[in-house]
Design a protein around this ligand. Structure first.
Ligand code: GTP
Ligand code: MG
Length: 437
């Protein structure tokens, strides 16, 4: 079942991209550019890409017959072997188009899955992509299956050879999915342990999220002096990377770079990438990086927030607080930059305009991150009975301990960043506690 769909080696596939716009829907201006970028990311030749208005989607073929005829002529003339529909195709539409046009047909979900497949480097990334693919294939099978079932039921030939083949495919897929799920559960357990470890060490976590190609990895590299792949292509990053940084005040922060979001992110991907995305949802702060110079920056931003909402529902975790980083300020003309800068100053959630490539305003960014993470925490000296393990654990989980030492036989002295509320709380927890500024 797992077959290579796309040919990248000579003679590689020649792709044509169509972005269907249904019933005059409101489409972001540069959606076609995005479609082209996604198609190019496959590493095939691109014949042409265009937007097609579809007044009413045809249930069997999506496109009207006049449109299909015209396309077929061009496909022949330009030697197209792969037809990319940057929208949703039902399994029936996909199959009919493949039969009628005699070439491979992929829809947006299939396209994104292919790209993820190309980008996956680590065992975990590959596992997540395989899981997403199987879920996608499974959903196609089931729908094809119900479609056929209804037809057959009507004619009374249940139990034909086609049916048993589908049954077998479905069972095989179910088995694979169950296997992936078990392996991914292990991954999630390991990640949870790592996160707990970080929490115990007291470094709060800030996760970088945002639309694909917004500059998340560039910002991550800039702030952590790392060398994560940052490239002008969709989904350069698939696996989360975490690094600890030390802010000017000496406090430690764990920064996590994550996979990019995209409009109509397939739900199968969200499900399969749960281990990765949970990392973001369990962070103490989300840094939402936006390409503020992009013509569709507003669309992209609202898509990111709706995916975050979807994740909130899926993981049953509350969304962490957010700050926005308005990146690529260097690409704006001065007038726009000024307008946006004053808008950023009063924006909710808090926003800061930067250029990650130029390294502009990184100190301010760190300062903002610290403020959000530590709020009104300030340094204090706390003495607690060394034997009080519960209190000791509470402080480590909820505050930021910079040092601790045993004083005399039975007292622990800790240097801790904590809020007034934290101080009141530990004073109430045990009579043997002292808190000094
Ligand atoms: N002009 C300009 N380009 C930038 C800036 N920040 C990032 N870029 C470019 O934007 C492209 C994408 O950057 P990445 O850091 O890979 O973006 P990403 O958000 O990590 O993308 P994915 O991992 O693919 O989701 C690269 O070509 C960067 O050089 C910036 O401040 N100004
Ligand atoms: Mg990246």
């Amino acid at each position: 079942m797992a077959r290579e769909l796309i040919d990248r080696r000579p003679p590689e596939d020649v792709a044509a991209v169509v972005l269907p716009v249904i019933g005059g829907a409101d489409v972001a201006r540069s959606r076609l550019e995005e479609s082209t970028g996604l198609a190019e990311a496959l590493g095939v030749k691109l014949a042409f890409a265009e937007q097609l208005n579809v007044r009413e989607p045809h249930p069997a073929r999506l496109l009207g017959s006049g449109q299909l005829d015209a396309l077929q002529k061009r496909f022949r003339a330009e030697g197209v072997t792969l037809f990319i529909v940057d929208g949703t195709l039902t399994p029936v539409q996909q199959r009919n188009l493949e039969n009628e046009l005699q070439l491979k047909v992929v829809d947006r979900t299939g396209l994104i899955l292919e790209i993820f497949g190309l980008r996956a480097r680590t065992a975990e990334g590959r596992l997540q992509v395989e899981m997403a693919r199987s879920l996608y294939e499974r959903s196609r099978l089931v729908r094809t299956w119900t479609h056929l079932e209804r037809q057959r039921g009507g004619f009374g030939f249940l139990g034909g050879p086609g049916e048993s083949q589908l049954e077998t495919d479905r069972r095989l897929l179910d088995k694979r999915i169950a296997g992936f799920r078990r392996e991914l559960d292990d991954v999630r357990r390991t990640r949870r342990l790592q996160r707990d470890g970080r929490a115990r060490r007291g470094a709060p976590v800030a996760a970088i999220v945002g639309y694909t190609n917004a500059g998340k990895s560039t910002l991550f590299n800039r702030v952590t002096s790392s060398d994560v792949l940052a490239a002008d292509m969709p989904f350069a990053t698939l696996d989360p990377t975490a690094r600890e940084i030390v802010a000017a005040s000496g406090r430690r922060i764990a920064l996590v770079d994550t996979v990019g979001f995209i409009t109509d992110l397939p739900t199968t991907l969200v499900a399969a990438f749960r281990a990765t995305l949970e990392e973001a949802m369990e962070a103490d702060l989300l840094i939402h990086v936006r390409d503020i110079a992009h013509p569709d920056t507003e669309y992209q931003s609202s898509d990111v927030y709706s995916i975050l909402e979807q994740l909130e529902e899926e993981t049953k975790l509350d969304r962490p607080p957010v700050i926005e980083v308005w990146n690529k300020a260097d690409l704006l003309d001065e007038a726009t930059r000024n307008v946006l800068a004053s808008r950023a100053a009063t924006h909710a959630p808090p926003a800061l305009m930067v250029s990650a490539t130029a390294g502009q305003r990184m100190d301010e960014l760190l300062f903002l991150i610290e403020g959000m993470l530590f709020g009104n925490r300030r340094p204090r000296v706390v003495s607690i009975p060394a034997a009080d393990g519960r209190l000791h654990a509470w402080i480590h989980t909820n505050c930021e301990v910079t040092s601790e030492q045993l004083v005399g036989e039975s007292d622990l002295r800790l240097d801790v960043y904590m809020t007034d509320e934290d101080a009141a709380r530990i004073l109430a927890m045990s009579p043997g506690v002292r808190v000094d500024d």
